[in-house]
Design a protein around this ligand. Sequence first.
Ligand code: MG
Length: 216
Amino acid sequence: MPELNVNGVPLRVGNIFCIGRNYAAHAAELGNALEAEPLVFLKPTSALLGEGEPITLPAYSQDVHHEVELVVMIGKGGADIAEADALDHVAGYGIGLDLTARDVQAEAKRKGLPWVKAKGFRGAACMSAVVDASQVPNPQALHFSLTVNGEVRQQGDSAMMLFPVATIISTLSRLYGLSEGDLIYTGTPEGVSALKSADTLVLSLDGLVTASWRVA
Ligand code: MG
């Protein structure tokens, strides 16, 4: 099982939860309606890709999109966590990519099928180093960005989330339970677009951590 270091302590990654349509401008750019509760999907742990590993685009897609996202790592698990207590359950924060085979996702949506093939391929969950939660007093006040080949493609502000981190944690704990080592990809702002071979991606989380990947 893959591990991530938090303050030098390795934490085994558990579930990889992802939230869709959590920024209004991104939902609009894909023509999606907004949801009344967080839209949750999952990636397998085998999708996790640490920094420095090449991104391999799946052969069955011609349209793999980058989605830069604030990622929450759970330190203390629980069920039915109250929103007021939710941030106490966070081990740390990172910046990651919810890579998405958009053509495959579009076909799955048309057919009413799950998104796993579009969202769960190997390397589809890129994740930076984890910043200890003590360095992030307010996760709703974080700016983050993605450049591709030096050009800014996405800029996010976590204040614009439709469902804030505490609400997401409370909801996931109520519906599925949360465990130490679970990751939560919190949704992407607008500006998603296709990747191509040899692209270099640089992600930055508010001066706290950066990470980069190259597309094979
Ligand atoms: Mg996403």
